[in-house]
Design a protein around this ligand. Structure first.
Ligand SMILES: C[S@@+](CC[C@H](N)C(=O)[O-])C[C@H]1O[C@@H](n2cnc3c(N)ncnc32)[C@H](O)[C@@H]1O
Length: 191
């Protein structure tokens, strides 16, 4: 990676952490909100081995947009879907400041018609909200993406895996941030 890109990525991560600190004080100190940021530097390390020209990247629940913008800087065609419209505004403004082509849609990362039906019969999800699907605004469907990133709260991983296997493209990669700080890789079967 050249020095100029390294410097831009470091500036993006620093700004992302600062935005989250403000959000934590101004919003999360007063009421529950599901946005907690992943460790941006760890996510960067997890993305680096998967960059290749022409690949498409999607972030489920893109919040302030830092990871989607990072993916754009690394050469992916990058998009994020976020339910909280105010966070989408923040993400678009951050993308403008970093001269990023990352695209953001307000809506749900759950495709229209998707229903989570685990074998246990208990299809509750912790913090994943519902709303109109965001794929239409992107003009894409989940199986258009080669690499997908999500940060599930505890207990949400099985639903994200199910979603990816049922609607993702064969051989696509799902990167799941874990609360212990690592990023797990799940590759769809070749189909
Ligand atoms: C744990 S945060 C992760 C934020 C960011 N991806 C990161 O790793 O720093 C989860 C985000 O998903 C959003 N979210 C929850 N349910 C969603 C849904 N159905 N569709 C889109 N975004 C959703 C929340 O508003 C929140 O911003």
């Amino acid at each position: 990676m050249d020095e100029a890109l390294r410097t831009r990525l470091a500036a993006l991560c620093a700004e992302g952490w600062a935005i989250f600190e403000r959000f934590d004080t101004e919003v999360r100190d007063h009421a529950f909100h599901p946005f907690v940021n992943a460790d941006y530097e760890r996510v960067l390390d997890a993305l680096l081995p998967h960059c290749a020209p022409g690949l498409r990247f999607l972030e489920w629940g893109s919040a302030t947009g830092v990871i989607t913008i990072m993916a754009d800087m690394l050469g992916f065609e990058a998009a994020g879907i976020e339910l909280d419209e105010q966070l989408v505004v923040v993400a678009r403004s951050l993308a403008t400041r970093f001269e990023s082509r990352a695209q953001f849609a307000a809506g749900s990362f759950l495709p229209a018609g998707y229903v989570w039906r685990p074998a246990s019969g208990d299809g509750r999800v912790a913090t994943i909200g519902s709303g109109a699907s965001g794929y239409r605004e992107l003009g894409s469907s989940l199986d258009d993406f080669d690499v997908v990133f999500g940060y599930p709260w505890g207990g949400e991983e099985p639903m994200m895996l199910d979603l990816m296997q049922r609607y993702g493209r064969p051989n696509a990669l799902l990167l799941l941030n874990t609360v212990n700080g690592g990023v797990e890789e799940h590759r769809n079967s070749k189909g």
